[in-house]
Write a protein that binds this ligand. Structure first.
Ligand code: GLU
Length: 440
């Protein structure tokens, strides 16, 4: 049974990077008939805010990524306490008393000597008496997880074989002196408790994984499978600051549909093509970590806009009806849909249908349009008025191609481009068409 989790910290809104992580977790869970858990990582009481929890939920709902369960770390501290005590009793967690400044100084000294800035485990050398003395002096300890020496290895579903040497890593601080938790250990405790089978996240977490693998082992748990996705870069190929500020609100304002975001983010950085899927079923069916590459995935807003337009061109009237201008029916939607890049753009074409339109008539076309007006009054409007009109005009005036079509389009819509006139003209209707063709 596959269980994935998306574990954002509610210290801000979701941005394109963590939206992608959510999408990958959701797609993989759905592709395997598994479960997708939303875990709110709100152990940092100072920086976590309820409004961000709400916006994370709302963003996932808008994207169509429905979690099967939601859990919050702030409600699970009793379990963390329990497992902390177990690890402490087993000698895998130890108190340390250095201040930030002291640690910083030691780091600088090591770096200055060209050595890796690894914590020297001075706290492990303290005797019971040393600790009692420090604590009597008002120093409260923070807590570190003691790494086992040796190689740390795993097979990453995206990155392949991974190798770290514990000797090159510092024992991670897992709990602050005030008793609050850092992200590392609670995440492992939750992954175990929730039976997470696959941890899917960004490659910025790779070195955390090395540390966390030892925590899984120390807690006697089976180790989940890991997949670390390469980071996103901007269109220009560089890690851009802008990506961190792009969230659901921005895309919604730009008229981007959630399906476009899912379709694009599911495929960038993979060997599969980006395709405009209005329904995620094919993305779910074809989801495969082995398609993901290790090179950064390029996120291009222009590409997103293109995918968005191609998705809009497929959307059924019923799915968009409540977002269209009042009165706009299925025939109108289907006529203008191929010309839209956003659904909001439907209003502009609706205005072209309803009028009034303003048309700049070329003096050379006046006679032609006067003829058109007469012919339009005589044709059968119930059938295919555009072909009836243009067919009769061709016969009568000898015009064909652009000189035939363009003046009509201009007079009838006020524009040189737009939806297929054969679909548009019945919507404009006889009365409005005659009015627009009438000599001024
Ligand atoms: N709260 C962590 C983050 O947002 C979770 C990382 C993880 O997936 O374990 O980076």
């Amino acid at each position: 049974m596959t269980v994935t989790r998306f574990a954002p910290s509610p210290t801000g809104k979701l941005h394109i990077g963590n939206i992608r992580t959510a999408i990958l977790n959701w797609l993989f869970a759905r592709s395997t008939g598994g479960t997708f858990v939303l875990r709110i990582d709100d152990t940092d009481v100072e920086r976590s805010e309820e409004r961000f929890v709400d916006s994370i939920r709302a963003d996932l709902a808008w994207l169509g990524l429905r979690p099967d369960a939601e859990v919050r770390q702030s409600q699970r501290t009793a379990l963390y306490e329990l497992r902390f005590e177990e690890l402490r009793a087993a000698g895998r967690i130890y108190p340390a008393y250095e201040s930030q400044q002291e640690l910083e100084l030691r780091r600088k000294v090591l770096l200055g000597r060209g050595l890796p800035p690894i914590y020297d485990r001075a706290a492990l050398a303290l005797t019971e008496a040393d600790r009692a003395k420090l604590e009597a002096g008002g120093v409260r300890p923070h807590w570190r997880f003691k790494l086992d020496p040796g190689a740390i290895e795993w097979h990453d579903l995206i990155r392949g074989p991974q190798h770290f040497d514990a000797a090159t890593m510092s024992d991670p601080v897992i709990r602050r002196a005030d008793g609050s938790w850092l992200y590392m250990l609670p995440s492992v405790i939750d992954d175990i408790d929730h039976g997470i089978s696959h941890v899917v996240r960004g490659e910025d977490h790779v070195s955390n994984t090395a540390l966390q693998l030892q925590m899984f082992a120390a807690l006697g748990a089976e180790i989940p499978i890991f997949a670390h996705a390469a980071l996103l870069t901007g269109a220009e190929g560089k890690l851009s600051k802008r990506l961190g500020s792009l969230g659901v609100e921005h895309f919604r304002d730009e008229g981007i549909e959630p399906q476009a975001i899912v379709a694009l983010l599911a495929r960038i950085g993979t060997s599969d093509p980006v395709e405009p899927f209005a329904n995620p079923a094919p993305l779910i069916a074809a989801f495969d970590f082995s398609r993901f590459g290790r090179a950064p995935a390029r996120f291009d807003e222009a590409e997103l806009a293109q995918v968005n337009a191609r998705i809009i061109h497929q959307l059924a009237f019923a799915t968009v009806a409540d977002r269209l201008p009042a009165g706009m029916d299925q025939a109108a939607w289907e006529a203008i849909r191929p010309n839209l890049t956003t659904i909001a753009g439907a209003a502009d074409w609706w205005h072209v249908i309803e009028g009034p339109v303003e048309a700049a008539i070329d003096p050379e076309d006046r006679d032609f349009l006067a003829t058109a007006h007469r012919v339009a009054g005589a044709i059968d409007w119930a059938g295919d008025p555009w072909h009836a009109l243009t067919g009769a005009l061709k016969e009568e005036t000898g015009r064909k191609g652009k000189p035939l079509f363009l003046p009509l389009r201009r007079a009838l819509t006020g524009l040189d481009h737009g939806p297929d006139m054969a679909a548009l003209l019945p919507l404009i209707g006889r009365d409005r068409a005659l009015e627009r063709l009438a000599p001024s």
